[in-house]
Design a protein around this ligand. Structure first.
Ligand code: NAD
Length: 420
């Protein structure tokens, strides 16, 4: 995996390229190259054996031009500030491309959550929340789950914030358990969005969904849901992987059985999965399989300059954030591979987070059918905007998405003016 410095460079490269296509002056968008605020915290945690361990954490707010900041919280041992800065900026662009009234943010703690006990994880989360408390709130910055965090952790954040305020504030965080103000459909929203965008891409390319072969890297929240929903649509999921490696079956994997296995014990990984006719492969082999569609749904910088020339899928649907490095992207463009960009593909999560926040603020609850229907409407509208923009300007879909997003953010900045 490349250094996260490159993740930020990839972002700057795409920003400059899209700004040039829009004919923007440096003055119009230079502020977008810098986050508005960065907070670094040192989080002391009393471990179960009595030791005090200190973890490094961050919250980065990229932009408030179009509304409060919105962005996930990541727990990962290799996370660093450059990665968090890039992820925060992508959130600004993501919210703009689907046209919801938020700016972008991201938080992270450098920790392997799977090495902590539940009690340690809870103390870490509560202390991190207390330390970023001045920055967050329903009108300011609203965290959500990302890699290594989940609904339970969001519940602890909501409770900690509420204890400081002296009353319940469900709108401070999204992706919470439904019993304390979470939205129906939120857990599956990102994967549902990935499925919708994959389906629309096939429609626009004049290809059938039924029988389309798909390989998916990452079988967590996003990859797992995407696999299940695409299988329901009639796709053939021939390969999936996780941190332990991948599995492959040309006639199609049994996704229900695989998800049941992964969910049946904590620590269950695909390397331990056995099934009829199932072969074990590496993550690298998965990325270069001969399938119709490749869906990276794990981490950043997986499709590198080294891997790109060997990719055989004709369509890449980026479910993870930043899975393709900018130099690999250029190779794929030359090879005629259609890359559907992350800021569009994985926006379903933040769209339903927006619905959750609306429900919390208005003390309302929507049923799941309403959530899914409204999500579908927003995702398909955004997809059509991006596809049409790319088609009319003869540019890659990523540039089409960046053009729309940057145009919206720059417009908001211009209308508001530069303070003071
Ligand atoms: P997760 O922690 O639930 O799952 C991550 C999966 O990737 C796991 O199966 C893990 O084993 C696998 N993985 C990790 N490192 C890997 C590697 N080097 N090679 C292969 N597999 C690896 O995380 P998630 O929430 O599913 O997020 C996945 C991606 O989607 C991330 O890029 C995240 O930022 C992005 N995303 C998530 C959401 C969301 O709502 N959860 C929303 C938008 C974007």
């Amino acid at each position: 995996m490349q250094e996260s410095f490159d993740t930020y460079q990839s972002l700057l490269y795409s920003l400059d390229r899209a700004a040039a296509l829009l004919g923007l002056e440096e003055n119009d968008y230079v502020a977008l190259k810098y986050p508005e605020r960065e907070l670094k915290v040192s989080i002391p945690v009393e471990m179960d054996d009595g030791r005090i361990e200190v973890f490094e954490g961050y919250r980065v707010q990229h932009s408030t031009s179009r509304g409060p900041c919105k962005g996930g919280l990541r727990y990962h041992p290799e996370v660093d500030i450059n990665e968090v800065k890039a992820l925060a900026a992508w959130m600004t662009l993501k919210c703009a491309v689907v046209n919801i009234p938020y700016g972008g943010a991201k938080g992270a703690v450098k920790v392997d959550p799977y090495q902590l006990s539940k009690a340690e994880l809870k103390r870490l989360t509560r202390r991190y929340t207390a330390m970023i408390l001045p920055l967050i709130g329903p009108e300011k910055d609203i965290p959500a789950p990302d890699v290594g965090t989940n609904a339970e952790i969001m519940g602890w954040i909501m409770d900690t914030y509420s204890m400081f305020k002296g009353y319940s504030v469900p709108g401070v965080v999204t992706g919470k358990p439904v019993d304390i103000g979470g939205s129906l459909g939120r857990r599956e929203a990102t994967g549902r969005g990935v499925m919708l965008i994959t389906r629309e891409t096939l429609h626009r390319m004049g290809k059938p969904v039924l029988g389309t072969t798909v390989a998916i890297q990452g079988m967590g929240n996003v990859g797992g849901t995407t696999a299940r929903l695409l299988e329901l649509e009639g796709c053939r999921i021939v390969a999936v992987s996780d941190i332990s490696g991948g599995i492959y079956k040309r006639s199609g994997l049994d996704i229900t059985d695989i998800l049941a296995y992964l969910g049946s014990g904590s620590g269950n990984l695909l390397s331990g999965y056995e099934g009829d006719g199932v072969k074990h492969i590496t993550n690298e082999v998965l990325l270069t399989l001969d399938t119709d569609i490749l869906i990276p749904a794990a981490m950043e910088n997986q499709i590198t300059l080294e891997i790109a020339p060997r990719i055989r899928a004709r369509v890449i649907v980026e479910a993870a954030n930043g899975p393709t490095t900018s130099d690999a992207d250029a190779v794929l463009e030359k090879q005629g591979v259609t890359v559907v960009p992350d800021i569009l593909v994985n926006a379903g999560g933040v769209v339903v987070s927006y619905f959750e926040w609306i429900q919390n603020i208005q003390s309302l609850t929507w049923d799941e059918e309403e959530v899914n229907r409204t999500l579908e409407k927003i995702m398909i509208r955004a997809f059509n905007d991006v596809w049409d923009s790319a088609l009319s300007d003869k540019i890659p879909l990523r540039m089409g998405a960046y053009k729309i997003a940057i145009d919206r953010v720059v417009k908001a900045k211009k209308i508001r003016g530069v303070f003071p």
